[in-house]
Design a protein around this ligand. Sequence first.
Ligand code: C2E
Ligand code: CA
Ligand code: CA
Length: 764
Amino acid sequence: MNNAIYLLNVAVSLSFGVALLLAWQRDNSQAFLRMVGLAFLLHAGLPPAYAALNAPDRWLQTAGLATLVALALLSAGLLAVGVGHLAERPFTPRQRRIGAVALLGLGLVLLPVGLPLALVVPAGLNVLVGAAAAAWLWGRGGAERLAGLLLVLLALNALQVFAFGDVVAERQSLVAALIRLCMGLTLLHAAGRRSAEASRVARERFMRLTEHSHQGVAVVRGEQLLYANPALLRIYGLNSLEDVRTLWRDATMPEAERAIGRARHRKLLSGELQRDDWSGERFRFDGTPIRLRFSAWRVDWDGDAAEQVVVSDETAQHDATAAMLHQATHDELTSLPNRSALLARLRDMCAAGEGFALLLLDVDRFKLFNEAHGHSVGDDVLRALAASLAAALRGRAETMRLGEDEFALLAPAQDSEHMAHQVAQAVRELLAQPVALPGHDFFLDVSMGVALHPAHGRDPEALLRAANAAMHEAKHAPGTSLQFAEERFERGSGATLLAEQALRAGLKNEEFSLVYQPKVEIRSALRPPVLVGFEALVRWDPPSGGRISPLQFIPAAERTGMIRELGKLILDLACAQIVAWRGRFGHGVPVAVNVSPLQLLDTGFVDEVLRTLHRHGVPPGLLSLEITESVAVTHMEQARGRIAQLREHGIEVALDDFGTGFSSLNMLRSLPLRTVKIDRTLIEPLPARDATAVVKAICDLAATLELDVIAEGVETAAQSEAVRAAGCHVMQGYLYARPLSPAEAGRWLDRANPEAQAALRPPR
Ligand code: C2E
Ligand code: CA
Ligand code: CA
């Protein structure tokens, strides 16, 4: 026996078996590769089994025979299934099961029969399988047809031994190796061609779908634009993809977004991100700005990962909305903001508590002017006046047109009275010059009425009424004139005086006390809430009975200035309570005290707080302050200074009522805060989807800015769950506890474990 030939046979079977399996792994859709690959691997066992057949030992002979029968039947089965796949007429699972049982039965019958019949039958079976394969695959032509023929040859070759005896064994083995070699190559070739064909079909289908799509479709890898459909080229104003291949990112994206785009691309390709949707401003290749909406995900493109982007052009809608908004808030004749824009601004500024002057300006005897010169000249004059007012007052006051010959000037300023005089002076200087129109110069006079916020009114309607009355008053004076509104009637009047006296009496008679609402940390739905702090809330119990809500008396205290004294008392009470708890339980949690804007803006505030802490011997870490976002917005610079000072001394500051409408992201970034409290109005609609998205966005933002978040007003388990899912783990609300008396709060503190708390909130 020539060992080299047998080794060759084994090597060919093994290597092609592995090669076919690897090919299958690359392209799972080609199931025949697996079946034939496995059959080849089995064939590698044939030569050793033949060798055993000729061994002197009887047992070895029997084992060799059993192995040969098993291998021959099994590989016949695998080849049959494989050919079924190759010919695209796969067997059903039921057929396969029946086939397997039949082969097993045949094996059991053949074994006792012994040589040579036990081997002749499986060999014959292989010939049948080969013949069936050849017949099935004939029609498919090419490599498949050849594979079928080779399979028949392989089976016939195996029969040689039975016909001519052992003398042909070597020749048979050599021929078998050669046939398998050819067959392996043929099948690999067929597999390659099928893969290519499948991807061509997929690609054609993709193109057919995208070529006629109205949405832009692009495929991107790295800096390469691999594919762009006609709609995409149209959106970006391109003739062909060849123009841009690699330049597109720099040409179409605003610089600030390129790095974000690259990072997103990496995440999509790596699978870290499944899909992303975003929208933003982009540029056409001629530089025109456009508004686009994008969705992107990962695709396979020519065998490698790439990003597929679908693009919708929303420029038209965007422009339309912008135009509509502009139309709704601007005056057609002069393009100045109109009455509804003024009302919106007034509402915002009143709510923010800003000081400002509102001037209403009316052209004197404009009706007569119109009658004398005609309406079209009248319109020209108004246009020219509007333009020169806006130009002259830019930076000092906003100019708006309320209708006809009436304008409004809005000038924000701390010292609004002084500002009003300045603005009026600028108007006088402007009107000392004539309004110049082609062919005519016109001198105009105006009457101006001023209302100051908050001196003359606290809401837009009151201010407009006051300014209007003043303007009509000004009409009585000749020439360009200015009149301030009447002093507000409540000033120093009965209501305020009463409130002030009641508050003063309340302070003297110790009618104010604090209740404490726990703040808890929820790590998981299963673990119990952990106490991490209290918020002190003030209560007023006048002797006449009936608790008065802070919502009622805090504004009154602010209006009368009594808040300073009340604030001192509240701080004092809170510190005394912290000390009492420390004495009783040996530990404490931070107590948050609400601070009114008026207190925070007082120059002596920080010293006052420090003195109080010192007097009581309270470590600064046990006190924190909550300030409302409105003060932080309107007095940003001062607020920032105060907060920084407080933090320097170890007193943390939280931004209360976050989300109620005034804060900007910018502000959050520039204030040295520790915590933001998401306002109850944002928690209430949870777990509604859009509301959850808002809370999630705040939490994400807070996380990037390294701010703690607290959700306030959590009332239901569903809200709590939604808050936690959004990424906020500290909560406050009736679900966990209402504001508690000091004794009840003490019981919470008693139950709390100081070690666990220390571990939870490491100091920063
Ligand atoms: P705030 O600072 O936003 O306080 C939270 C308010 O929400 C408290 O009302 C509290 O009782 C209530 N609350 C807590 N959990 C829930 C809940 O789950 N559902 C509902 N519906 N409400 C909940 P309170 O005590 O009436 O205080 C109202 C506001 O008065 C406070 O709002 C704060 O702005 C002001 N305030 C209270 N105490 C003080 C104080 O000592 N100093 C100052 N300057 N202002 C205070
Ligand atoms: Ca608060
Ligand atoms: Ca709040």
